[in-house]
Write a protein that binds this ligand. Sequence first.
Ligand code: SF4
Ligand code: SF4
Length: 88
Amino acid sequence: MAYQISDACINCGACEPECPNSAISEGDPTYLINSNRCTECFGHYESSRCAEVCPVEACQKDPAHQETKEQLLAKFKKINPDKTPKTF
Ligand code: SF4
Ligand code: SF4
């Protein structure tokens, strides 16, 4: 399930450099997550980096983008063709 950024975002920018898939960008009025690039950090980290660093808990799972592990793995491979997914 891809993550999304809620209205609580204060535009601090902390999440953008933490995303291993370059899924986060500055938007208006808040930062945005590209659901086509968000793997929930699957293959990179045990938990979602953006949610960990956000000071206001604005990064949350997006129920509109439900995905299986197989779909997340396929997305990981498409975005990171030269990397091997880490398992935890
Ligand atoms: Fe990026 Fe991970 Fe956040 Fe998705 S959950 S936007 S992959 S940091
Ligand atoms: Fe917004 Fe949180 Fe990202 Fe800061 S870390 S830009 S508050 S979503």
